[in-house]
Structures are given as structure tokens and as C-alpha cells.
Design a protein around this ligand. Sequence first.
Ligand SMILES: Nc1nc2c(ncn2[C@@H]2O[C@H](COP(=O)(O)OP(=O)(O)O)[C@@H](O)[C@H]2O)c(=O)[nH]1
Ligand SMILES: [Mg+2]
Ligand SMILES: [Zn+2]
Length: 308
Amino acid sequence: MTEKNELYGKIISCVGGLYTVQKKNGERVCARARGSFRYNKSTPLAGDNVFLHKENDSFAIVQIAERKNSLIRPPIANLDTLFVSFAPVDPMPNILCIDKLLCVAAAAKINAAVVITKSDLSAELAEKYAEIYKKAGYPVFVTSSVGGGGIDKVREYIAEGGGGKIYAFAGASGIGKSSIMNALFPELTLKTGALSEKISRGKQTTRTVELFPVPAGESGGETVFVADTPGFSVLEFSAIAGFGKKDLAATFPEFTRYTCNCRWRDCTHTKDDGCGITEAVERGEIARERHESFLALYEELAKIPEWK
Ligand SMILES: Nc1nc2c(ncn2[C@@H]2O[C@H](COP(=O)(O)OP(=O)(O)O)[C@@H](O)[C@H]2O)c(=O)[nH]1
Ligand SMILES: [Mg+2]
Ligand SMILES: [Zn+2]
């Protein structure tokens, strides 16, 4: 028997060890992972580009193409942009949770953008939060799935990224993630509201990821993928091998240009002692809220044993 592995396509879901793999032309096949993956401790994930081998009537995943990035929980690979999302009110945003999502994304080498939802409920607060994250250097989208405001800007951003890219919306439950995905891609028809979350929790969907193929732009043509999973409400640093408190400052994009002003080379940026970052906070050049998140996350990381 001659073996020929071909780069087949992208894993779009995994249920009970059975993978659905989609080709560029949209064709789908089911496949199982070769046992060999168990030995080298890598598991194929949704988002992986994989090589398949046909064995009689079924397919086996025999190789995973090099990954851009990956997360363990939720299990996903090759995310292109994580839209870290929150509402200005109903529910009130938790800045620390938002900043943690942004930091874990950076630590995992995932591009992040900020999406503010429900701007129809408080345009003023939405703008206030938008300023904080624009100043930090993130792309920021102020949106409303009710009035439709700002949705076109997100759509443009996705269309500019081109085909084959993978997007996900992260943020607390009830902030309007499913609603904005439906507004962006009407063919999705995701369930929204409190009931949808209850149903999905019951099914343990925090541990499963499904990628939905959707058209990248208005005119159709290229396909991109979006993931809808409650598993993105929190991301943990423990999922990033080797990440420790000394790496935290580098995940705050607006901090990096000030670290050279610190008096001590091993400055932790947690005290006033000649720290370039705390000085920038005092001058109003770095948002105080962001530095407060830094301090809280630093403390959290200090409790985790250092990676060897
Ligand atoms: N006023 C307003 N309500 C919204 C908006 N987006 C979503 N909602 C409502 O907020 C609730 C939660 O939305 P959902 O999309 O299920 O949030 P998810 O849990 O983050 O997926 C639902 O009752 C929606 O109708 C919005 O832009 N404006
Ligand atoms: Mg939802
Ligand atoms: Zn410092």
C-alpha cells in the first residue's frame, strides 16, 4: 500500500474524537486522528490545517501543519483575531477581565481587537471605554447590534484580512457576542439571550469549538471562519507554557515605549521607584485603569510557580 499525505483542509469541529475537515472548496469529510498523536502529546484542534491519509473508506489525520498559535481551553489553533468584547452597561464591564483576555491573547501570539457592544445603551460610556483602548493601541470598534452602528467597520476589518482567516469573539456572557455575529453574518442564526447560554452550558460547550464558515465580505467569494463558544469568556495564563510575571509588561502594547525610562533594569513596574510606566500613568499618558489591571494580573501571576 502506498501512502500519500495531502494537505487537505482545516478542522472545523471535533466531537468525541471525530473531526470534520473542510477543504478550500467547501467539501467536508470526517476523519479520526492517528494514534501516533497520543504519543507526541499533540492533539489536532479546530483551526488546524491537516494532512489526511485515505484508508479504504475513511480518512485519518496523519499530520498537522505548523501552527501560528493555539489555546488549550477553549481548544483552538490558528486564531487570526480575537475580538475582545464588552458592553458599556448591562452587564457592566469588568476591566480586569477584559485586560486579562487581551494579555492572554498577546501571550499566545493571537492578534486582538476591542469590540464594544450595545453602544445604543450608553454612547457616552462606550466612547469613554473606546478611548482607553485606542490610547493603548488596539483597534477599537464601537458597535450596536440593535441599531447596526459600527457593524460595517468590523465587517471591513474582516474583509481586509482576506480568506481562510479565523475569528472569535471573547467576553462575558450576555454582552452580545452571538448578536454581533448574527449581525455580521446573517446566515449564522446563532441563538441569543439567556436561554442560549443555559442550553450550551449543559452541553459542555466550553470544551468544544465549532468553526462556522462565512463569507469574508458583502459580495461573498472568500470564506472566513468564526468560532462561537462560551469557552472564550475567560482565558487563563496557565494555558500558556512558560508565561510568567516578568513577561506581563510586554503584553501591554502601550507600556513598551516607556520601559526604557525605568531606573532599574529589573523594574517590576509595580512601584514608583523611578519607574517609567508609573511616571507615564501620572502624566496621563497611560490610562490608570490599565496600570491597575497590570498590578492585579502581576499579583495573580506571582502566585503561580515559575516555569522551569
Ligand atoms: N440594547 C442592545 N441589546 C443587545 C445588543 N446586543 C445584544 N443585546 C441583547 O443582549 C442579550 C445577550 O445577547 P447575546 O448575543 O446572547 O450575548 P452573548 O451571551 O454574549 O452571546 C440579548 O437579550 C440581546 O438581545 C445591542 O447591541 N444592544
Ligand atoms: Mg452567545
Ligand atoms: Zn518600570
